[in-house]
Ligand binder design. Sequence first.
Ligand code: ACO
Length: 516
Amino acid sequence: MAAADGVASRTVASIMSQPVVTAAPGETIAEAAGRMRELRVGSVVVVDGGGLAIGILTERDLVKIAAAGATTGDDRVETWMTPDPDSVAPDETVDSAFDSLSERGYRHIPVVDDGKLVGIVSMRDLMRIAQLQPAASLAHEVPRGLEGVVVAETSIGHVRGLEGFYHYRQYDAVELAEKRTLEDVWYLLVEGELPTLAQRARFLEEVAPLREVPEDVKALLPRVARLNPQAPPLDMLRTTYSLMATSLGFPPSMDVPADTLRSQALRTCAVVPTLLTALYRLQRGLEPVDPRPDLPYAANYLQMVFGEERPADQVRAVEQYLISTIDHGFNASTFTARVITSTGADLGSAVVGAIGALSGPLHGGAPSRALAMLDEIGTPERAEPWLRDAVARGERLMGFGHRVYKTDDPRSVMLRGVAERLGGPKMELAREIETTAVRVLAELKPGRKLYTNVEFYAAIVMDACGLPREMFTPTFASSRVIGWTSHVLEQAADNRLIRPSARYVGPPPPQPVPAA
Ligand code: ACO
């Protein structure tokens, strides 16, 4: 127990942060918040003219201020700070400071010596030495499903659920889908900036040959396709991509330099559409169609599905869908990819895990079910009773609701426009179902703020482009793999093992083990 004794005897002074970021009580909230952002701290200690700590203003307060709709340019720090904050002395032990933090729910405690502010200890400071503490003493509860919990920092993109806005790097993702090609956005995610014309040309040259499936894996595809005639293409992708990662021999991400990991990421993203379309065709007794290096991503994808080039408006519609689904914050499959990468495992394992997470109906598996709902409803007049019954029975309407969006999903708004542009027989019914479902959900599930998510109009767009239902989620995977692999690169570049805890709720242990 030498390590634990060492922790117990460490004092707050040895781990506190200095200098403390402070604010004056008369400053505006905007000024204090700006300093917190700039210096990347989670709180400011409010000090009076004599250097005494008289309050604390934290990130949580800023959230409350925003929720209250206060004017941050006018409101003063003293109005919103927590006055007379608890403090600890610098010679107090880490153990007792930790107790005050965990028991009282504080995230930051000012360190005060003889009335003067000398430092600040935060949960992060304590976590730095926490590997020496038993995990149970660090436990703090988070909401079920990790809703709203920030688990990492990323510069790839973000979703602002209340505003109905999401972005890739610093650009509005919908605007990118309207103005750019998929390859441009892929480049943006991997390289951090949009390509110049010359960079774009080089990137296209780099990725086009990577679409080919290695010969040894190609030879196995017919056998995988015959394993089970009902197997969804995504299951077959999971299997064959895993074979490919084995064949190419991706080493643990911890052991490879960043440029090698980047090459593996590009190889993966380029080959996924080829694998998917080949498997889909083989399962139906059709010959796979080779990738065409002269065609851009979406056009090539569609010709590999159909065996012929598709009209330009359909190619562009699918490309816009693909761009709009490349990345979306810490969704379940992206999080899965990051957790696997955090163990130092290879990029192939991260992608296989992410494919599995995406396949679930609560995540990527919804669009074909949304279309099945449209079929069952059949005509606009049947929408109201059908939807009302389904929600009353406790069923979930596929293509509605979202963990983060509590307003219109911007992807669904964009795809509605794309679907309208394409036209098609299902559009009128889709509009009717959308309007009715949102109204019925507001009435029967008040306060849950349920609107159409990306999957609803994605289904309509893909259907209008002639894509078979079995290929809806695989098409989603063809773009999301770009997001997953970008996150793998980011996680690997600045890694710490992601390893949370759970609360045990089973029969109290230890119980005597019954004799055999
Ligand atoms: N239809 C009916 N009720 C719904 C729906 C829905 N589509 N979505 C949520 N609700 C209700 C729930 O029944 C629950 O009601 P309750 O409070 O009476 O229990 C409440 O709204 C909150 O639901 P949660 O499951 O807690 O919400 P969560 O954030 O966990 O789920 C999810 C989000 C999974 C997307 C959910 O809205 C859903 O199941 N939608 C249908 C499936 C779907 O469209 N998935 C695709 C998502 S988009 C994507 O992943 C790319």
